[in-house]
Design a protein around this ligand. Sequence first.
Ligand SMILES: C[S@@+](CC[C@H](N)C(=O)[O-])C[C@H]1O[C@@H](n2cnc3c(N)ncnc32)[C@H](O)[C@@H]1O
Length: 358
Amino acid sequence: MKNFVRLPLTKDRSLKAWNAADEHLLKCIEEENLDVSKVVIFHDRYGYLSTNLAQHSPTTFIYLKSQSDAISTNAISNDIEPKSIRIKSILESASNSNNYIIKIPKSLDLFRLYLIKICDACQADSKVLAGFMTRHFSKSIITIAEEYFENVTQSKAWKKSRVLNLSKPKIIKSRNSNLIHTIIHDDHKYQQYLGVFSAKHIDFATQFLLDHLQAKENENSFLDIGTGNGIIGKHLLDQKSWKNAILMDDSILATASSQLNTSKYPSVEWIADYHLDSFSNDQFDLIITNPPFHFEFEVDPSIALQLMEDSYRILATGGRLIVVANRHLNYKSQLSKWYPSISVLNENEKFVIYEAYK
Ligand SMILES: C[S@@+](CC[C@H](N)C(=O)[O-])C[C@H]1O[C@@H](n2cnc3c(N)ncnc32)[C@H](O)[C@@H]1O
């Protein structure tokens, strides 16, 4: 099966929807003659594993809205009935199975979250296969795996990838409370699920933005794109009352985290999505974002640029888009293609805050 696209669609043709670690996992399943009749899959970003194992009716846990759409799209383009892959949100409990498969994510917190979910549901003789590219190896992968499993072994390298074999799950208590942790910033406590952006401290670009972000009197609605734990949206909600405030992120764990941090405010909605198609023309007075440009181990500014271009349609006339970014990304020249007026709200040696008006 070879017809796989990435969602959101990327303009970078060098980026692929699977790699040798996925193929290595399938190879191990075949060579070890693993019983995959009730297999449960984690972090299958674009559906390569689920589609290739579709005849076994896998259960696949998704942490992104785009992941769910990518799996269905790629199943269809490989002549697989999407319903043969059972998609579950990562916020649901894991299912009991003999065998679990993980494509190890870049975020080792997210890896930990997957292992916690698995330990919660698996049986004493369950096995986990966890694949990764050798260049992405870190000792912490093994350390974390050994916190949850007695036996952790590593395959030989094949096509520059490896597979970990985990067995004998350890008994761990009160796991679900471990899925959420707290960051303290400026005397506020922010709660967030493992695997959500800025796990150790609030991102420095975001901190710079918050130091210079002031809502205007006549602004009544805003959209925070890529809200993460909701810190930017919360900053705006603390400044005044809004008729409509939307915190949006592709990550289900992020929108759930932003909800934890802003549930006391009226008029807030939390939406897991990765494009702006569901919003109406002229809907927002203000759109704000610290946009994504890292996707797992890859860099792809085209996703952020698409979101900025599409923001124009849903901004009210006279509305503004505020973007904070690393200086080197140089978004200004791109923004000027779509927005008649752009200025620099503030900048320092690392970051720039752009303000673009419709
Ligand atoms: C740089 S982080 C900023 C997070 C948060 N606003 C902060 O300042 O800490 C970018 C966020 O965008 C999210 N994201 C990635 N692709 C997205 C997309 N296509 N649409 C919406 N959010 C996306 C990521 O999950 C991540 O939470």
